[in-house]
Design a protein around this ligand. Structure first.
Ligand code: ACO
Length: 432
C-alpha cells in the first residue's frame, strides 16, 4: 500500500508530510517534523485545525451531529445507561459487568464523606464566593489530603482515586451550595444512589429530609451523562495540557474546572438562563436578542448557540430538549422560559445569519431549564456541568499518562512585538 502523503511547497522547495488517519477516516497532516524540516511552524489560533493527540475515548462528527463514547452512540447511552456506568465506560474503555459496576458503586459510597478538616476550608470563602471558584480550590485541597493517590500506578489505584474524586466532588458541590445559603452541611447517605445523594445533600435540612422523585433523579442523571465527555474541548484540553507537564490528577482536574467556568464554555449554561429571564421580564425581546447577536459592532452572542465542532444540531441539545418535555409532563411542571427558548430557537434557525454559519443550539441551551425545574440555582449550573464532565477529564488524564508518546504541551507562537531595542534608564523615559 502506498504511503499517504501531503506535499507542502515553501518558495521553490517541496516537502513531503505523512498523513494520519483515524478509524472513522478523519485525516490529519502529521507535522511533527515540520519545523525541523522547513524552519516554519503552523499558525492556528484557537487550535481549530489542530489535532493535538490521538484519542480512543470519544468520537464526534460535527457535520453529521454524531457523538459516541467509546464507540457507543450517545442516544443509546441516554436510553439504556446511567451516569455511573458511563463514567466507568469512559475511564476504563468498556461497559462494566454487573460485578464491576457494583464494586465501583460501592467505592463511590465509601468515599462520599470529606475529611472533617476539609470543612474548615469552606469557612475561608466569603459567602458570596462563586461555587466554581470553591470547587476548583477544594479539588486541589482534596489532593493535599490524598497525596498518595495523585499519581495512581495501577488499575486498582486509578479506580480508587477516580471513585474518590467523583464521589467527593459531589459532596464539595453540595457543601458549597449549603455554604452560600448559610445552612448546615448535610452528610452523604450510604443508602442513596449517586444523583439522589447529591440532591439529598443539597436540599435536605436538619428538620426535613429531601427525597427526589425518580423522574427528577433520572433527569439529572441524564444531564450528567450527556456532559460526561466531549473530546478536546477547552476544559479537557486544559486537563490534558496540565497533565502533560506531569501534574497530578487533582491539580489537572482543578485546572479543568477553571477553564469550564468561562462563559464561552461551560459558563454558557448560566448565561442562557440569564438571557431567557431577561426576555421573560421584558428587559429585551426574542427579536432584539437575535438582532443583537447578528450585530458585529457589539459583543453579544446568542448564548447556548453555536459550537466549534458541531455544524449541525448538537445531539445532546436534542436529547435535553426531549428530556425537558418528558420531565415536565411527568412532574406536571411548566416553565415560561421553556416556551421562550423554543421560540428563540425557531427565530434563530429561520434566520439566514444562523443558517449560513451553521449555528444550532448546543448542550447549554436546554440544560439550565431542566436544572431550574429541580431547584438548582443558576450559579450552581456550571458546577453540575463539572460533576458530569469529571469522568471525561479522568479518562483523558489517564490517556495522557499512559501514552508513551506524550510530550509536554508547549505550542509555538508567531512573535509580533518589538524587534531588539535598548534599555532606557528611568530618568530618560518619556523624554523622546
Ligand atoms: N451568536 C451569534 N453569532 C455567533 C454565535 C452566537 N452564539 N456563535 C458563533 N457566531 C458567529 C461568529 O460571530 C462568527 O461570525 P463571522 O463568521 O461573521 O465572524 C461565526 O459565527 C463563527 O463563529 P466563531 O466565533 O468562529 O466560532 P468558534 O468556534 O470560535 O466559537 C463558540 C464557538 C465559542 C461556542 C461560539 O459559537 C459562541 O460564542 N457561542 C455562544 C456561547 C456558548 O453557547 N458556549 C457554549 C459552547 S458548548 C460548550 O462549551 C459546553
Amino acid at each position: 500500500m502506498s504511503k499517504e502523503e501531503a506535499i507542502l511547497q515553501i518558495d521553490d522547495k517541496k516537502y513531503k508530510l505523512p498523513l494520519v488517519r483515524g478509524v472513522e477516516n478523519e485525516c490529519g497532516i502529521d507535522i511533527r517534523n515540520l519545523r525541523a524540516q522547513t524552519g516554519c511552524v503552523t499558525f492556528d489560533s484557537g487550535f481549530a485545525n489542530t489535532g493535538a493527540c490521538e484519542s480512543t475515548i470519544t468520537y464526534i462528527d460535527g457535520e453529521k451531529g454524531i457523538l459516541r463514547y467509546r464507540g457507543i452512540p450517545i442516544e443509546e447511552l441516554a436510553k439504556h445507561s446511567r451516569f455511573i456506568e458511563v463514567a466507568y465506560l469512559l475511564i476504563w474503555g468498556e461497559l462494566p459487568t454487573a460485578t464491576q459496576l457494583a464494586h465501583f458503586s460501592e467505592l463511590l459510597t465509601d468515599n462520599a464523606t470529606l475529611h472533617e478538616n476539609l470543612k474548615s476550608h469552606f469557612e475561608g470563602f466569603p459567602w458570596s464566593a462563586h461555587p466554581m471558584a470553591m470547587l476548583s480550590a477544594m479539588i486541589n485541597a482534596l489532593g493535599c489530603y490524598h497525596p498518595d493517590l495523585g499519581e495512581p500506578e495501577c488499575h486498582e489505584e486509578l479506580m480508587a482515586v477516580a471513585a474518590r474524586i467523583i464521589s467527593k466532588v459531589r459532596t464539595i458541590a453540595a457543601f458549597s451550595y449549603k455554604m452560600s445559603r448559610g445552612e448546615p452541611f448535610i452528610y452523604p447517605s450510604p443508602t442513596r444512589r449517586y444523583v439522589s445523594n447529591l440532591l439529598h445533600m443539597m436540599f435536605s435540612v436538619p428538620h426535613q429530609e429531601y427525597d427526589a422523585i425518580p423522574e427528577v433523579s433520572r433527569a439529572l442523571d441524564m444531564v450528567f451523562m450527556l456532559h460526561a465527555d466531549h473530546e478536546q474541548n477547552c476544559s479537557t484540553s486544559t486537563v490534558r495540557m496540565v497533565a502533560s507537564a506531569g501534574a497530578n490528577l487533582f491539580s489537572s482536574v482543578s485546572a479543568g474546572v477553571c477553564a469550564l467556568w468561562g462563559h464561552l464554555h461551560g459558563g454558557a449554561n448560566m448565561e442562557v438562563i440569564r438571557m431567557l429571564e431577561r426576555i421573560h421580564k421584558g428587559g429585551t425581546s426574542i427579536k432584539a436578542c437575535v438582532e443583537m447577536a447578528k450585530d458585529k459592532k457589539g459583543d453579544f452572542r446568542l448564548m447556548g448557540f453555536g459550537h466549534r465542532v458541531y455544524k449541525n444540531y448538537d445531539p445532546r441539545a436534542r436529547l435535553l430538549k426531549q428530556a425537558c418535555d418528558n420531565l415536565f409532563a411527568k412532574i406536571d411542571y411548566e416553565d415560561p422560559l421553556l416556551d421562550i427558548a423554543r421560540e428563540l430557537e425557531d427565530a434563530a434557525l429561520n434566520d439566514p445569519y444562523f443558517a449560513e454559519r451553521n449555528l444550532y443550539p448546543n448542550v447549554d441551551f436546554y440544560s439550565g431549564i431542566i436544572l431550574r425545574s429541580i431547584r438548582i440555582p443558576t450559579n450552581m449550573f456550571t458546577v453540575l456541568f463539572a460533576i458530569g464532565r469529571l469522568p471525561g477529564w479522568i479518562a483523558h488524564w489517564r490517556e495522557v499518562n499512559e501514552d508513551q508518546s506524550t510530550r509536554i504541551a508547549r505550542p509555538r507562537q508567531i512573535y509580533t512585538g518589538y524587534n531588539e531595542r535598548a534599555y532606557v534608564p528611568i530618568e530618560k523615559r518619556g523624554l523622546e
